[in-house]
Design a protein around this ligand. Sequence first.
Ligand code: DQA
Length: 142
Amino acid sequence: MKIAIIHGPNLNMLGKRSKEHYGILTLDEICDMIIEKFPSVDFIFFQSNHEGQIIDFIQDVYVDGLVINAGAYTHTSIAIRDALEILTIPKIEVHLSNIYLREPFRHTNYIKDVVLKTFYGEKELSYLKGIQFLVEKIQEIK
Ligand code: DQA
């Protein structure tokens, strides 16, 4: 089973960002943890600070399932939403922080309606819970 994980803008800076919202792990440490917890899954990790590069990746990727943390593009990007809508594989959305308990501009979410489910507010655990859910969905349709 192949799963792509997209990390959007500024997630390459984890470790230097607010620990209260995002936890203490770096992006590499989060990726290592994911690989360790799901040894039978083949992961493709992609991080970009550029909206167009994220869209190109979504258009070209060939996997069984997709996880996206679009970072701040979650709240602004109709273009990323449209790209995800075209992709018919199971998809989920993840956020480290609880975007709904933060500033009002983070309550707008353009991604949530084009994914199966949003996992948020549990720091790196949001990823683990989200990936577990996605793996089960992929197994159901295989
Ligand atoms: C984030 C939440 C976004 O609002 C923020 O811009 C991020 C990270 C999260 O994982 O909690 O960069 O997606």
